[in-house]
Design a protein around this ligand. Structure first.
Ligand code: AMP
Length: 503
């Protein structure tokens, strides 16, 4: 089953229904989008000679055209490689090379940044909305390609403990199951219901494009393409029954924005991807009413491990309301979830251990990385690297991330990647990067450095090699880093020490 069939069918039966919204207006209906997608797919297959399973990257900021490009890739039987638009040129280069993408669609603003880093395997870099893109839309349409359920649909780039991004292979079956799960357990979508994409479509928000196409909702992008609270509220005003996926830091910014908000126009604000302070969840509930839901998942099981329903979040009279509010909810119907010890044995209720899961929503493995696939999918269960505990009623509370990943403003930062850049400076003998809790960003990146490098030079070094949001916000110079007998740096001790600093 090819995911593109949902759009194709909408084009046949609901041609006049709005499909894409841009700012305050309807940009295209389902008939137009289905026709443009069939032509773009025709260009990919016939003009570029791409074959079933070939990868096509999308390195773009949010836009309505993003939806068209994604569907054209699937319509043509190809696999999409959505790439975070905030990455550095070299990071784009790595993902393009690792995925073996033959074609990359890029925002016009990113084209110049990507071109110098394009690997030899990349045959074409096409600016979305540019002259060549328009010519592709004049190609002859092709029928939707046949796909097996296990065919690759989306290579979802995440990072592993090695710090290098890995491509989680999400098949048509995985994304279809995740779409059904969303509609059944998070947010019911009726024809014409809008979803506002304010978080990146290359990540969490993009996963909600498909259920909205399945139900003939409207995929909407604000004109800024990003997250501006005032603009978001304006979108709510003009698009009744809007849903939106937001990182907890985004929800917090909405709560703090003084703009007048017509809450009744909000269908659901789904938060996830990082922990939310209970106090912040309460404030969001005060402001928006019973319109909030939470999801917990990761790229390898895209947003589909547990969910805390709108009813649970709003049920203030329940005796365990606060406990539930601080949890990540209950397992989705489509997935087995277990908390296990180091030997993968299930732990009793209340005990904390690694969260494992199994089901149709779990990735097929990592792209061209059999070792990492075998380790992460050991025994048929996805090993999330997250530590959590179930309560007696099946609510899962997340305790910590076993990986030392930092989540700053909803974006992931892998310490090792930053450490490697810092260590390039001659004045840095050792470096260890941790996350420091922060009310505004969730966490901020902090670098512990042994050496005498000027912070301004370290900043410049980071800006030359990695995305801006990964740059440390603070440098702490120390005599030595805490280490164990094997010489491994003890980040837990470092974090404890960091808490004692007077800031
Ligand atoms: P990613 O693969 O980039 O989506 O990052 C996934 C990680 O984000 C998970 O392994 C968790 O550590 C964290 N995460 C996702 N959802 C939640 C949530 N609802 N609450 C707390 N942490 C979360």
């Amino acid at each position: 089953m090819n995911l593109a069939l949902w759009l194709h069918r909408a084009g046949l039966a609901d041609a006049d229904r709005p499909a894409l919204g841009y700012g305050a207006r309807v940009l295209r209906n389902y008939g137009e989008v289905a026709s443009r997608v069939a032509r773009l797919a025709g260009a990919l297959r016939q003009r570029f000679g791409l074959k079933a399973g070939d990868r096509v990257a999308i390195a773009a900021a949010n836009s309505p055209d993003y939806v068209e490009v994604l569907y054209a890739i699937w319509h043509a039987g190809l696999a999409a490689v959505p790439v975070n638009a905030k990455l550095h040129g070299a990071e784009f280069g790595y993902i393009l090379e690792n995925s073996g993408a033959r074609v990359c669609f890029a925002s016009r603003a990113l084209e110049g940044q990507i071109a110098p880093h394009a690997p030899n395997t990349l045959e074409r870099l096409i600016a979305i909305g540019g002259a060549e893109y328009e010519r592709l839309l004049a190609a002859d349409p092709v029928p939707v390609a046949e796909c097996a359920p296990d065919d690759l649909a989306w290579l979802f780039y995440t990072s592993g403990t090695t710090g290098r991004p890995k491509g989680a292979m999400l098949t048509h079956k995985v994304l279809a199951a995740a779409s059904h799960a969303y509609l059944a357990e998070v947010d019911n979508v009726l024809p014409g219901d809008p979803i506002l994409h304010a978080a990146p479509m290359s990540h969490g928000s993009g996963l909600y494009i498909m259920p909205h196409v399945m139900r003939r909702g409207v995929n909407v992008v604000a004109e800024s393409g990003g997250f501006e609270p005032e603009e978001i509220f304006e979108q709510f005003r003009v698009w009744p029954r809007t849903s939106m996926f937001a990182a907890p830091t985004m929800v917090k910014r909405l709560v703090e924005c003084p703009a007048d908000c017509p809450s009744e126009n909000i269908r659901t604000i789904v938060w996830g991807g990082a922990p939310m302070y209970v106090e912040d969840a309460r404030k969001a509930l005060d402001r928006f009413g019973p319109r909030l839901a939470q999801i917990y998942g990761l790229g390898e099981s895209p947003m589909t491990i547990t969910t805390l329903s709108k009813q649970d979040i709003a049920d203030r009279d329940h005796p365990r309301w606060l406990e539930r509010l601080s949890s990540a909810g209950r397992a989705y119907a489509c997935v087995e979830v277990m908390v296990a010890d180091e030997q993968d044995r299930e732990l009793p209720v209340g005990d904390a251990g690694e969260i494992l899961c199994r089901g149709d929503v779990v990735m097929a493995g990592y792209w061209r990385n059999p070792e990492a696939s075998a380790a992460t999918l050991k025994g048929g269960f996805l090993h999330t690297g997250d530590i959590g505990a179930f309560d007696a009623e099946g609510y899962l509370t997340l305790k910590d991330r076993s990986k030392d990943m930092i989540i700053s403003g909803g974006s992931n930062v892998y310490p090792r990647e930053v450490e490697e850049v810092l260590l390039k400076h001659a004045g840095v003998r050792e470096a260890s990067v941790i996350g420091r809790p922060d009310r505004e960003w969730g966490e901020v990146v902090v670098a512990y450095v042994v050496g005498d490098a000027p912070p301004a030079e370290l900043d410049a070094l980071c800006l030359s090699a990695i995305a801006r949001f990964k740059r440390p916000k603070d440098y702490v110079f120390v005599e030595a880093l805490p280490k164990n007998n094997y010489g491994k740096i003890l980040k837990t001790e470092l974090r404890e020490y960091d808490e004692t600093l007077k800031r």
